[in-house]
Write a protein that binds this ligand. Structure first.
Ligand code: FAD
Length: 460
């Protein structure tokens, strides 16, 4: 390789990456199987003589599996580096979302089943039983509060409400899920008959809670704070890139400690009025060095509008880096990098960092207006220097669902004409959600294998 010496490519790397993914997924399944196995071995299905005993047994099983799933969910979004490096944060978040409903329904089922079982045994109606229970047992009051918070979190995540909420409001509501899990802990360790049954069981659950809790504390709070404060990260320069985007250059001591690679992103918190309480994800837009990290930020909403006015000297907290939209996912010599609109920052960084010989790398920049496109001049210079093929496709998207071709030909044909070797390339796509999906569709029609398509959506 002409640039950046040696990089591992080929099917061995592909298989290794896939095996790692499967191993991490298996750990989640294993936890659920282990909790169910413990339940059965402890005689969870014995002595089922009447309706209350059946309801009680089901309520215990649903609570154990539901709690295990909740812990897996929290673990997936704890932003643990080795999980991120195997799954990528977007896939970890997608798995977290998929588990949300099953976990919630299981906990809800546990609540309904146990309440009904107790009500039948005590000869009260469910409302009277609930009142008696929460006013008699302190742990049940907090557990019920935990369920109420969980309902709020789940409802706020329904597509309909999500669209109504601003990202920050949704995020703050979502943080309540930590409170919900914490409020249920006393109940689990005082009344969870399958948890208190022996020291081994109690130890198992204490270990799980501590493991997940400490990972969250370390990787979501302490490490980002420590790295940013120790490096003294601050804005050193701001440069206008287009009519609606700027680049902010950050400087600090030993920025290599973050271990960032081109293609990754950080959650960026700018410590100024109006912005310090929100962290936004931004991709690195140039190969990071020990003294500089750069982001290119488009004006897309209220937060990023304020950022356009940011001044040098502003202190910054960086959380990350995250993502496997990097050289690590590459297994082919030929690469096609597709950036659309403000999706171009990681593409620009990858074009700089990827090891290549002239002609290995094609770059496709999809932009509305070629005259007003962020980082296009840099991409031209880089391509000339490194021998990359740069294609610029400008103009608004046609209304018929296509994303590339304006003429007679289909998107597949247009892409094939531009990049004849696309079928044997690793393709990296970064752009708005809808466009990313359209590009993926075109690639599938052309027969590009799924494992050679790598995408980073700018969506939450
Ligand atoms: C992995 C990743 C990398 C990104 N990299 C870049 C980049 O390099 N340059 C860039 O300009 N933008 C990037 N974005 C998008 C950027 O994070 C959002 O544009 C920004 O957070 C919007 O904040 P706002 O307050 O201005 O938006 P709002 O006014 O809150 O909303 C405007 C739009 O931005 C979306 N949005 C808001 N908050 C977020 C969020 N936290 N994550 C994702 N989308 C959000 C909303 O859905 C809406 O469509 C990236 C997003 C992701 C997920």
């Amino acid at each position: 390789m002409q640039h950046q010496e040696r990089v591992l490519l080929g099917s061995k790397k592909l298989i290794r990456n896939q095996n790692r993914k499967e191993l991490v997924q298996s750990l989640g399944y294993l936890l659920v199987v282990a909790t169910l196995a413990m339940f059965l071995l402890d005689g969870g299905l014995s002595n089922l003589s009447d309706l209350p005993s059946w309801l009680d047994s089901l309520s215990r099983a649903t609570s154990l599996v539901g709690t295990a799933l909740l812990l897996v969910m929290l673990f997936l979004t704890a932003r643990i580096p080795w999980v991120d490096q195997v799954l990528g944060q977007d896939r970890a978040t997608a798995a977290h979302k998929r588990l949300g409903k099953p976990a919630f329904y299981l906990i809800l089922a546990h609540f309904a089943l146990s309440l009904t079982s107790y009500a039948i045994t005590d000869g009260r109606n469910v409302a009277a039983e609930l009142w008696w229970m929460v006013t008699t047992f302190e742990d049940l009051l907090t557990a019920t509060l935990s369920l109420v918070l969980m309902v709020a979190v789940v409802v706020s995540s329904f597509e309909f409400f999500r669209k109504l909420l601003r990202y920050e409001s949704w995020f703050l509501t979502h943080l309540l899920s930590y409170a919900a899990v914490a409020l249920a802990i006393p109940h689990i360790f005082s009344m969870g008959s399958d948890v208190v049954v022996s020291d081994v069981h109690r130890g198992f659950w204490i270990f799980l809670y501590l493991f997940v809790g400490l990972n969250i504390l370390t990787f979501r709070v302490l490490l980002p704070l420590w790295n940013s404060v120790a490096s003294g990260v601050r804005v050193s320069m701001v440069k206008r890139e287009s009519s609606d985007s700027i680049s902010i250059y950050l400087t600090g001591r030993k920025l290599k400690r973050f271990g960032a690679n081109a293609g990754q992103f950080f959650q960026v918190r700018l410590l100024v009025k109006g912005l310090w309480f929100q962290a936004h994800p931004f991709s690195i837009s140039a190969k990071p060095t020990n003294s500089a990290i750069r982001f290119t930020i488009g004006d897309r909403g209220d937060g990023s509008k304020l950022m356009q006015l940011i001044q040098p000297g502003t202190r910054v907290i960086l959380e990350g880096p995250y993502g496997i939209f990097t050289q690590q996912s590459r297994t082919r010599k030929d690469v096609l990098l597709i950036g659309a609109g403000i999706g171009v920052p990681p593409i620009r960084a990858l074009a700089e960092e990827f090891a290549s010989q002239p002609g290995d790398i094609n770059i496709l920049y999809r932009t509305r207006n070629e005259e007003d496109s962020a980082l296009l001049t840099e991409l031209r210079d880089l391509s000339e220097k490194r021998g990359h093929n740069l294609h610029v496709a400008s103009g608004s998207r046609p209304r018929d669902g296509r994303w590339l071709s304006h003429g007679e030909v289909s998107d597949e044909e247009a892409l094939l004409r531009m990049v004849p070797n696309v079928r044997r390339a690793d393709v990296y796509i970064c752009g708005p959600e809808q466009l990313t999906k359209s590009v993926e569709e075109t690639l599938r029609k052309l027969g590009v294998p799924e494992h050679h398509i790598h995408s980073e959506e700018y969506a939450w």
